[in-house]
Design a protein around this ligand. Structure first.
Ligand code: CA
Length: 225
């Protein structure tokens, strides 16, 4: 996932870049609006994070000109301008989401994942993770091209973990995603599903975080299958 970061504040930019890189993005960071527009128009990015107050060319103008030029890359706008007018202006100019500074970097990551999912959903329903390929519409899973039969709850659990790749999910979050509000969940039901997924797919896919829950690490960090 190639991400363009357009931010002129050195400290903030470095913080965002580091967090994004830890979360599997390949980040290209430019520090002014003119470079930002040029980079967006090159079409080589899957996603962009764009500040509004920028040297040379204002972020809003970058976005407007990029959209006019037919650039469809999803853009999340960052801004210190916390007024409804600015927010609406940003969305009108073609932003996919809008965050006001100061913000929590985890929230930024979560919002980027939502944008990606929305964008990906418009294209197809397949989610890849290393050697795994998941068809969310058909609820089917392939490992190195071979179909793997999963029960519905195993599929839901896998899906939840993959949607939050790199993020530790608590037992409660996972139980809710596979059982909804059914209540009465066997105390070891989650462990059984995790065990089955590891056995049917591969053991290192799901990592146990003792006392908290489980996480699927980004593919590059996998110890191997
Ligand atoms: Ca700025």
């Amino acid at each position: 996932m190639r991400l363009l970061l357009v931010e002129d504040d050195e400290l903030l930019g470095a913080g965002i870049r580091d967090a994004l890189e830890r979360s599997r993005y390949l980040v290209e960071w430019v520090r002014d609006g003119a470079f930002g527009l040029e980079a967006l128009r090159s079409g080589s990015f899957d996603l962009a994070v764009l500040d509004l107050g920028l040297p040379r060319l204002d972020g809003m103008e970058v976005l407007r000109q990029a959209r006019e030029a037919g650039v469809r890359t999803p853009v999340l706008v960052l801004s210190a301008r916390d007024t409804t007018t600015q927010r609406i202006g940003g969305l009108d100019a073609g932003a996919d989401d809008y965050m006001v500074k100061p913000f929590d970097v985890d929230e930024l990551l979560a919002r980027l994942r939502v944008i990606e999912r929305r964008h990906r959903g418009a294209v197809d329903n397949r989610v890849g993770h290393g050697d795994l390929e998941i068809d969310t519409a058909g609820m089917s899973v392939r490992l190195r091209g071979r179909p793997v039969a999963l029960q519905r709850r195993e599929f839901l659990l896998l899906r939840k973990l993959l949607d939050h790749t790199g993020q530790v999910m608590t037992r409660q979050q996972l139980e809710e995603s596979i059982y909804g509000w059914e209540g009465d969940v066997e105390s070891n039901a989650l462990e059984v599903h995790v065990h089955n997924l590891r056995r049917k797919l591969y053991p290192s896919l799901i990592r146990t975080v003792r006392g908290v829950g489980y996480v699927v690490d980004p593919p590059a960090a996998d110890a191997g299958t």
